[in-house]
Design a protein around this ligand. Structure first.
Ligand code: HEM
Length: 499
């Protein structure tokens, strides 16, 4: 062998040996760093981290998550890979708890009925907070951001204004004319992109229900500001001109000022008595509702909660309605049963044909379609918390400051809890889900404050759709992406016409 060839072979050997070793070292360094920091802080105790691995430096397992959710389009394989690796027996043997590194932070991921229930409900008070990265984006004094007694007080106000029979009855009346008009306009178009149309009609309805605003150039601007605001929640923490976070902050300021102006206008009206002081909407409800001591919300609380309720309730509901039309288009027998029940209800009605809350309580099959849609859509696949102190769970420690990701989705697609879980089968709701296996609206003290409102909006839409219209997916085999929310890649393009 010549000298030059020997040099070559030597370098080649070095590279072939060193590159994998280096890659292995890089792969382990984040995990080793956080594990060592934890072991040092808790030295002399038997505290141990949950099983798992933290992936690459800085990005952790975020790229793997994106790969599973949006490129491989097998979102459940992310958790399955962990279960295969760390679970030694049946589903709960490892406690349904893993360490990972996601969205820029060390995190613990929980994904079983028991471990989710622990985080949502049964952990000692003060264990977990909501930990929004930029609280002013959601509103510093909004329900989704405050804790303890303040949260309980605000929650009573908000539930009173949107989730109780009295308010739902009014909402049913206010929402239906717009739904009926939207469906007529879709039929006139003949072809629609369901994801877009459902968002538009849901947003218009929310503006009407929350602040009595009719569609106008201003509500279009508001819609754009909400879109910019929501994009900021998921953005990199970089606040400079041109970044999503910077734009989101601007949108938030504009929304605050629009709703603040509206609030001031109403206060003047209250003082002058001009036109009465109750507009019968959510803003009015929040302005007037009183706690046991007769106290009312202050102006910041009213504005912050209006904004955060729109954020929480608008895209989620629109997405649920889109998924209902999608699954029904693929399940003719379910659609036939739905139609039969709703036509029977419609027959009993005279006049405008709008349903009431009393009708809704009779619509048993429709209720099953609603639950099955929400289960399978997994619109909120995870909920986020932060550990406020070291929290012990089944022999593991969730370290203070780490994020806690409650992987709600995995419960709803687990064959141990639902037969053939990925199929759309409203009849499975002939019996209730097993305890702790249905957490579409979260759980515990932060369970969705608008869950009855979401169900009502979906029921109203299903009633008018099934009684008067037919629709067909134009790309029934379109792929599905799962981030930031699950949706067909084409947005569910469908032909749409009167029955
Ligand atoms: C299908 C539609 C919906 C789904 C799947 C959904 C899901 C959820 C989930 C999973 C949570 C818990 C989050 C956590 O624990 O961090 C939540 C909380 C919340 N949701 Fe919904 N939601 C929907 C519709 C709505 C609507 C229509 C509203 C109101 C207009 C609403 C208002 C809220 C509020 C205010 C919270 C926070 C409650 C608190 O912190 O006390 N949601 N939602």
């Amino acid at each position: 062998m010549s000298g030059a060839t020997a040099d070559w072979a030597w370098w080649l050997g070095l590279v072939a040996g060193a590159v994998p070793l280096l890659a292995l070292a890089v792969w382990h360094c984040t995990d080793a760093f956080h594990s060592a920091a934890f072991a040092f802080r808790r030295r002399g105790t038997r505290a141990r981290l949950p099983p798992g691995h933290m992936g690459l430096p800085f990005v952790g397992e975020t790229l793997a998550l994106i790969w599973y959710f949006n490129l491989a389009r097998r979102p459940d394989a992310f958790i399955e890979a962990k279960r295969r690796r760390y679970c030694y027996g049946d589903g709960d043997d490892d406690g349904g708890i893993y360490r990972t590194h996601l969205f820029g932070s060390p995190a613990v991921l929980v994904c079983s009925p028991a471990s989710n229930g622990f985080v949502f409900r049964s952990a000692p008070p003060g264990s977990f907070g909501v930990g929004w990265p930029v609280p002013e984006l959601v509103g510093a004094s909004s329900l989704v951001n405050v804790h303890g007694g303040r949260h309980a007080r605000l929650r009573r106000f908000v539930l009173g204004a949107i989730n109780r029979p009295g308010s739902l009855r009014t909402i049913a009346r206010v929402a239906q004319p717009r739904v009926a008009a939207a469906l007529r306009s879709w039929a006139a178009k003949g072809t629609i992109t369901a994801a877009t149309e459902m968002k538009n009609v849901t947003f218009e309805n929310i503006c009407k229900i929350f602040v009595s605003m009719e569609p106008s150039p201003l509500t279009e601007k508001i819609h754009g500001w909400f879109t910019g605001l929501v994009a900021g929640f998921r953005s990199l923490p970089l606040d400079m001109p041109g970044t999503a976070l910077h734009h989101a902050r601007k949108c938030r300021r504009k929304l605050n000022s629009v709703f603040r102006e509206e609030l001031e206008r109403r206060k003047v009206k209250m003082v002058t008595g001009e036109g009465g002081d109750d507009d019968g909407d959510l803003m009015s409800g929040l302005m007037h509702v009183e706690d046991e001591q007769g106290r009312r919300l202050d102006d910041d609380e009213v504005v912050d909660n209006i904004v955060s309720l729109v954020i929480a309730g608008y895209e989620s509901t629109a997405s649920a309605i889109m998924w209902a039309t999608y699954h029904l288009a693929k399940s003719p027998s379910a659609l036939a049963k739905l139609r039969e029940e709703n036509l029977a209800i419609a027959k009993e009605k005279n006049g405008d044909g709008f349903i009431t809350l009393e009708d809704v309580s009779k619509m048993k099959y429709t209720a099953k379609v609603v639950e099955e849609t929400i289960r399978l859509a997994n619109i909120a696949p995870m909920a986020h918390r932060v550990a406020l102190r070291d929290v012990e769970y089944r022999g593991y420690t969730i370290p203070k400051g780490w994020k806690v990701i409650v992987w709600i989705r995995s419960l709803h697609v687990d064959p141990a809890h639902y037969d053939n879980p990925l199929s759309f089968n409203p009849d499975r709701w002939d019996k209730s889900a097993e305890l702790g296996t249905y957490q579409v609206f979260g759980g515990g003290e932060r369970i969705c404050a608008g869950n009855m409102l979401a169900r009502l909006q979906l029921t109203i839409m299903l009633h008018h759709l099934s009684c008067g219209y037919k629709w067909e997916l134009l790309n029934p085999d379109a792929g599905i992406v799962y981030l930031p929310h699950p949706r067909p890649t084409d947005g569910a393009v469908m032909s749409f016409s009167e029955l």
